[in-house]
Ligand binder design. Sequence first.
Ligand code: MRU
Length: 369
Amino acid sequence: MLPVGKIHRVSEEAPVRTIWWDAASNSVKMIDQRKLPLTFEVAEYDDYRALAEAITAMVIRGAPAIGAAGAFGLALAARQSRARTPQGLIADLEAAKTVLDAARPTAVNLAWATERVLRRVRSTVHGTVREVADMVLAEAERIAEEDVAINRRMGAYGAAIIPDGANILHHCNTGSLATVDYGTALGVVRAAVEQGKKVHVWVDETRPRLQGARLTAWELMRESIPMTLIADNAAGHLMRTGRVDVVLFGADRVAANGDVANKIGTYKLAVCAKENGIPCYSVVPTSTIDLSLPHGDAIPIEERGWEEVACFGGVQVAPDGVAVYNPAFDVTPHRYLTGIITEEGICYPPFAESLRQAKERAEARIKEV
Ligand code: MRU
């Protein structure tokens, strides 16, 4: 069933972010990414359960974007709550967190963001129900604002490793649409372009949901960044024939040892990059680093429906009743990565140490605010 939400058709030129809080209607608005690039629509949610369904249905997707969605989902839950005491409201928010966190299991940014909001309100002993609800919204807004600033910091660090004239191979969508704005790996590409570097991006189509063909191509073409769309299966050929200088992708979760879970197909790219001596980087905000998991095999891998693989453009292309296995992510062992680019700088091996330090610096920054 499609998530229940209002749909607005808006001009493609509208200056909107991927997701935002609409104060006039007390609702969450987001670009409906299932419709792009053919239709630009904004979906609106005033119910956190419908918002959770929208995350599962990938109306919004991309690890940092769904983190912001989870935080705004709690702001909706706070407004929906009938609690008469702050303690009652916090209990309702804990229940809403469970629903929201379950919407997509691999991207740790979701649980990270809802936990951050709850940590903020749990530490409050004073205040009315209304004041606590306002605090939830304020923290969600802060997470969204910070995401944009963090992406720009990652972009600045990452642009340094992009040579002028580089051919960059990119997987899935890590741009403005995967975040609140600007992007992670595509943020690095943007920053390199802003510095005056000439780059060209090989855009993996990214089967089965075609985030590369539909979303990354749309974003890069709107900004006139030179790009060429390729079938996923062409990537190895391009690497072996010397037409790729650097491989860039994001991640949905990074384990303590530097293993990264990212869109299915990433592992093959990283192995191929190493075989051909091509630098390979994952670009992530520190909220994607999960130090509680020792290695990538502990990361839960989301499995999605058969129709994503057996159908193309809504048309079934495989026989009726075909058996389908559809893992949405894979794990790339850290030995295939040259570095992990974060808003706290570029982490290099040994990742266990460099990631822990980056995470500590980021947490100290949040506490200062
Ligand atoms: O299934 P999706 O489209 O949510 O997967 C997105 C990705 O795999 C991205 O590479 C990842 O979230 C990092 S994006 C900033």
